[in-house]
Ligand binder design. Structure first.
Ligand SMILES: CC(C)(COP(=O)(O)OP(=O)(O)OC[C@H]1O[C@@H](n2cnc3c(N)ncnc32)[C@H](O)[C@@H]1OP(=O)(O)O)[C@@H](O)C(=O)NCCC(=O)NCCS
Length: 162
């Protein structure tokens, strides 16, 4: 498999596939879907319509800051990021690997590409925020195995008003 793996910047034709990856990856684990399951739809729209625009906007407005991982020509993962040249901090954004391709080192490799870009862009630090629910166990492990240290554990809370 090794020789057929490629990490590159996103292209417009990847966007539909990335939307599939977002749906597969945040279903049952991301805050937007968990909120919908517990409290019902927000603003009359299904959870993916709230989650997807974050990623779609990155692909459209700053495509250089969205990477995809291809295996044998198929897009199986993506990772977005931001750069703050004043603080010199790179922020790792949404990233995921197709469930069928997980556990093979692709997520960590994709993240390593993002961190390499941070270094090339003269960032001094990298930051990421990860939820601590069970669905994010792999993500938390990936960040820890890549050298990230926990600074603050925060909690996302919600209150039904009606
Ligand atoms: C997080 C995610 C991208 C990891 O992708 P992946 O390709 O399966 O990860 P890797 O195979 O590169 O594993 C990275 C490390 O995490 C560890 N890991 C992976 N899954 C794990 C799990 N379920 N439990 C514990 N450790 C795990 C691996 O052992 C590996 O450590 P190693 O380098 O010491 O072997 C993938 O699980 C995913 O898409 N999750 C859903 C979306 C998500 O949570 N994104 C992050 C949002 S903050």
């Amino acid at each position: 498999m090794e020789s057929s793996i490629k990490v590159r910047t996103v292209r417009p034709e990847d966007v539909a596939r990335i939307k599939e990856l977002v749906e597969l990856s945040w279903k049952d684990q991301g805050a937007s879907h968990l909120l919908e399951k517990r409290f019902g739809m927000q603003g009359g729209k299904p959870w993916l319509e709230w989650k997807w625009p974050e990623v779609e906007q990155a692909c459209r407005e700053r495509p250089r800051q969205v990477l995809v991982t291809e295996v044998e020509g198929k897009v199986v993962g993506f990772a977005s990021y931001r750069l703050d040249p004043v603080r010199k901090v790179g922020t790792v954004g949404n990233n995921a690997v197709d469930p069928e391709y997980r556990g093979r080192g692709l997520g960590k490799r994709q993240l390593a590409h993002v961190l390499q870009i941070f270094r090339e862009e003269q960032m001094d630090f990298a930051e990421v925020t990860v939820a601590l629910n069970e669905g994010h166990t792999a993500a938390k492990a990936m960040y820890e195995k890549s050298g990230f240290e926990t600074v603050v554990d925060s909690r996302y809370m919600f209150l039904q008003l009606k």
